[in-house]
Design a protein around this ligand. Sequence first.
Ligand code: CUA
Length: 333
Amino acid sequence: MIRGRPTKLCLVFATLLGALVLGGCEGGQSALHPAGRGAEDIAQLFWWMWSGAALIWLAVMAIAFYATQARPEAHSEAGARWLILGAGVAFPIVLLTVLLMYGLAMMPGLSATADADLRIEVAGEQWWWRVRYQTEEGEAVELANEIRLPVGRRVVLELSSPDVIHSFWVPSLGGKMDMIPGRVNQLLLEPTRTGVFRGVCAEYCGSSHALMKFEAVVMPVDEFDSWLAAQAQPAQPPQDEAARRGMQAFARNGCSACHAIRGTEADGIMGPDLTHVGSRLTLAAGILGTDVDDFTHWIAQTHRIKPDAYMPAFDMLPEQELRDMAYYLSELE
Ligand code: CUA
């Protein structure tokens, strides 16, 4: 009885720990709660691997228990040799080969990018995501830190980077893929249910690496089509005096050197396109919301919020001017 107690305690502890760890695997950023074809395959692979590892662990524990508690005396040489050859050489070779084959067989399906319904270019910038849709009219729609996808469609992301290596990852939708300067990597996503899923950069890329998040929004197909048509429209002109002042301040302070607002004279390409920035879910790559206070905070405190971002902070501007600009931008829906 006394011998069995530590083993039982270990099992209870391992089960509790497992339940705690897996309890965190829900929600919009979980590879174990898939919402896309690729993520489903990867989750399945994970469970097979996990089950294989758990079986081996149990077998090793059973043998250790047998050797130390049940029959601690010396074994015959022939018996020991069979145990080493069987359980130490043959068993791992067979099991690992089976798991490897199973994993390799999955790869062609995960990377078949030829027959895509939609292609979206995504570039990893310092530290945000440039997202570009080519519309049928020929004009590109560009946005930042938000990727909208139609449910049930095969979408190929063309991933690139102008400077350093990033890694694109939406755990709920698919696998991760490096974004490497000088080449375009393709990643297939096929969302199976609607929702908002969190994406991250999975490769250390500099001081604000942990501050480049994004949202992948999976929408019904007709909603997606009307969303894209609305995004293709130029920005709406200022509706009131405060927005007009904000627009003038935006031009006066040189913001258009880096930012474009289609339908106005702002046509910079360094920073995010702001044509419909007020309609986005987040600002500063998942850090802030998009109300007037958030815009004000971001424009004045850029480097406190995101160290080493290229955008300079404009905390030298009068409060009213900052708020006018923030209001103008938040109204660009
Ligand atoms: Cu981009 Cu880490």
